[in-house]
Design a protein around this ligand. Structure first.
Ligand SMILES: Nc1ncnc2c1ncn2[C@@H]1O[C@H](COP(=O)(O)OP(=O)(O)O)[C@@H](O)[C@H]1O
Ligand SMILES: Nc1ccn([C@@H]2O[C@H](COP(=O)(O)OP(=O)(O)O)[C@@H](O)[C@H]2O)c(=O)n1
Ligand SMILES: [Mg+2]
Length: 248
């Protein structure tokens, strides 16, 4: 089963040591949190061991269908994911929501995440991937939307290494900057990063770090680019055409 392959991959992962203080995508080389990585490895090693030979555990024995949903801040990822989840039976996992949930838990890790989000920077990949991996595991879904991830090359590589798989498709919402800024300033959800100063930083991070990820998946023929201007319903018509043509 795919989780067994995942366990095997993890058991081959090399150990590492470096500081948790800096955000991985802003650094030039890969880094792993010294305490996080062995923890993740141990947990997954256990998973690997306990599930060997137990396909009848009620869980999905096949790799879930995974769609990464990308686009600049305010491009409408969350809005469209809600519609896709409801019409096509996907579980919607928002990387940003998982990180905000960790902040709300009051954990020490949450303090680090809050600091990075306030600056519009990218949280160390191992933290985000571990939250996504756990959420995927808990949902036990066979169709998953991963919204707002991967935000940078390191996110992408960490997902492939830790979860042990690649997305089946990548949806990219293409939206002009002025429209994204207008939407974010009107979002009104009390977010610490929806202010003009942080929005400018997020847009820069999007251009320099997230667009290369979209380009990477484009070169592998996985990207469906959608014009994200117009009403949410108009955009969803284009989204619907893509999802209706898929065979999950
Ligand atoms: N097509 C649209 N036209 C106008 N406003 C939109 C549209 N889609 C979403 N919004 C609004 O813009 C804001 C950002 O949308 P959201 O889905 O949270 O984007 P993202 O997850 O990409 O940041 C929200 O307030 C949302 O209600
Ligand atoms: N993969 C991710 C996703 C979000 N984040 C952080 O969380 C913030 C909010 O992400 P989000 O996806 O909720 O934001 P929107 O694009 O939906 O506005 C980002 O600006 C990053 O600081 C991250 O570090 N890594
Ligand atoms: Mg969002």
């Amino acid at each position: 089963m795919w989780r067994r392959r995942l366990g095997a991959l993890l058991l081959r992962s090399p150990p590492s040591s470096s500081s948790p203080a800096a955000s991985s995508c802003q650094r030039s080389r890969h880094h792993l949190l010294p305490t996080e990585e062995p923890l993740a490895l141990n947990r997954l090693a256990r998973l690997f061991t306990s599930q060997a030979g137990s396909d009848g555990d009620g869980g999905h024995s096949q790799k879930p269908f995974i769609a990464f949903v990308l686009g600049g801040p305010g491009s409408g990822k969350g809005t469209q994911c809600t519609k896709i989840a409801s019409d096509f039976g996907f579980v919607h996992l928002s990387a940003g929501d998982l990180l905000r949930h960790e902040i709300a838990s009051g954990s020490e890790k949450g303090e680090l995440i809050l600091d990075i989000i306030k600056q519009g920077r990218i949280v160390p990949s191992e933290i985000t991937v571990e939250l996504i991996r756990k959420a995927m595991e808990m949902s036990n879904a066979n169709k998953v939307l991963i919204d707002g991830f991967p935000r940078c090359e390191e996110n992408r590589v960490a997902f492939e290494r830790i979860v042990g798989t690649e997305p089946d498709i990548v949806i990219f919402f293409d939206c002009p900057e002025d429209e994204m800024v207008k939407r974010l300033l009107g979002r009104n959800q009390g977010r610490v990063d929806d202010n003009i100063e942080t929005i400018k930083k997020r847009l820069k991070v999007f251009e320099s770090l997230n667009i290369p990820v979209v380009d990477y998946y484009s070169s592998r023929g996985k990207v469906h680019k959608i014009n994200a201007t117009g009403t949410a319903d108009e955009i969803f018509e284009a989204v619907r055409r893509i999802f209706s043509s898929l065979r999950f």
